[in-house]
Design a protein around this ligand. Structure first.
Ligand code: UD1
Length: 367
């Protein structure tokens, strides 16, 4: 079997790792396309190096641009590769413009699309990510969901073929799955990010990021902000900063995404917010694990905070990761009542950290 996998933005390099690893040893020729959506060394190369991911077979070098132009360039270049390689299926991840471009290019060539992290919804169509998710899901043939909430969302949108009643797929599931674009299959495999945090945590322990930043554990908060709806609008950003000033943890470490850097040039941040360059994954995991609080608009970091047992405040009006809120470990900033008001409930809404294995078994099923 020949598979093309498509990545392009920072979180996708991370999500790719467990799937790539689980596919090793299977009868699969795996070809990786990097669209070039993220291209700075510490937004891209560092992840490949640190996580030991082999160089992509194709680097499309698309780079930045308006939503339409960036996506269009990707579609055109992905299509060329697909025509040349003639894969049996394409794998896409998450909700970025690279995800949508991969889904469109493949489905129009009648190549089955497997979407990893399918079914998430914020129900806020002003987010480019929400448009990408909805469209990608509806032209996919296998939808690998991370949670039961994702399954529920897809049911509401008319998906009928839900494997194993939407419960986590047994690891030894023993049937070849038949799916095509008019009869897509929805499967709960758990969250690939849970796999990766388990893999990386012991290695990240060795990071000396606290020493480099001259900070002590549990004395600081970590903040990230990059969503277009937050950082492309100065008034919105100012509103969030006003909120952040009310948070009890005074020292805030803020690795700044390139998109955010542009807007920050036009406003002054309070002195207790310490801006640094974007970090590699190992440093980021260590910095988060040792922090007192996470403040973020990232989806991945909301869950990482949960797994690393650090309370999280989401700097958005809504979240796709309702489970972390229901488990008492994440609040939307408008609901924040103080750092002492978190109490973490036990639960396993994200599966068991073996999502990659399930995905590989389904894709490359052998008797
Ligand atoms: C993208 C995804 C978002 C994901 C995020 C992770 C979309 C619509 N959004 O947002 O879902 O959570 O990645 O980081 O796909 N830039 C650089 N260097 C880089 C990459 C980007 O300077 O290596 C700058 C560019 O000038 C660009 C801006 O950052 O204008 C935004 O990049 P873009 O790829 O459009 O989306 P992100 O905001 O990163």
């Amino acid at each position: 079997m020949k598979l093309i996998q498509i990545v392009g933005a920072r979180p996708q390099f991370i999500k790719y790792l467990p799937v790539y690893k689980a596919l090793q040893g299977k009868k699969v020729k795996n070809i990786l396309i990097h669209t070039g959506q993220h291209y700075d060394i510490n937004m891209s190369d560092i992840f490949f190096k640190e996580l030991g991911i082999p160089e992509p077979e194709y680097h499309l070098g698309v780079g930045s641009g308006m939503q339409g132009a960036q996506t269009a360039k990707m579609i055109e270049k992905i299509e060329e590769v697909l025509i040349k390689e003639k894969p049996d299926a394409t794998i896409i991840y998450g909700d970025t413009n690279s995800t949508l471009a991969g889904a469109i290019a493949s489905s129009k060539l009648h190549i089955p699309v497997f979407h990893i992290e399918a079914g998430l919804r914020s129900y806020n169509k002003n987010m480019p990510e929400e448009i990408n998710r909805v469209l990608a899901d509806h032209i996919s043939t296998i939808l690998f969901c991370p949670t039961k909430t994702a399954i529920k969302n897809l049911k509401k949108e008319g998906f009928k073929n839900i494997l194993h009643k939407g419960e986590l797929l047994p690891l030894d599931y023993g049937e070849k799955i038949k799916a095509d674009i008019s009869e897509p299959v929805v499967i709960n495999v758990g969250d690939v990010m849970f796999d990766i945090i388990k893999m990386v945590r012991p290695i990240a322990e060795k990071s000396d990021i606290l020493k480099r930043l001259k900070i002590k554990q549990k004395t600081y908060a970590v903040m990230t902000l990059h969503r277009a709806e937050n950082v492309d609008n100065i008034d919105r950003l100012k509103k969030l900063i006003k909120f952040i000033e009310t948070v009890e943890v005074k020292k805030i470490i803020f690795p700044v995404h390139p998109r955010t850097k542009k807007t920050l040039k036009t406003i002054a941040l309070p002195e207790n917010i310490i801006t640094i360059e974007p970090l590699g994954y190992l440093d980021m995991v260590k910095l988060t694990a040792e922090s007192r609080l996470v403040l973020t608009d990232s989806g991945g970091l909301q869950k990482e905070a949960y797994w690393l047992e650090v309370p999280c405040v989401t700097l958005r009006e809504e979240t796709e990761w309702l489970e972390t809120v229901e488990l008492g470990w994440n609040v939307l900033y408008k609901d924040y009542k103080g750092i002492e008001n978190f109490s973490k409930k036990e639960g396993t809404p994200f599966g068991d950290g073996r999502a990659g294995e399930r995905i590989a078994r389904v894709i490359a099923y052998e008797n």
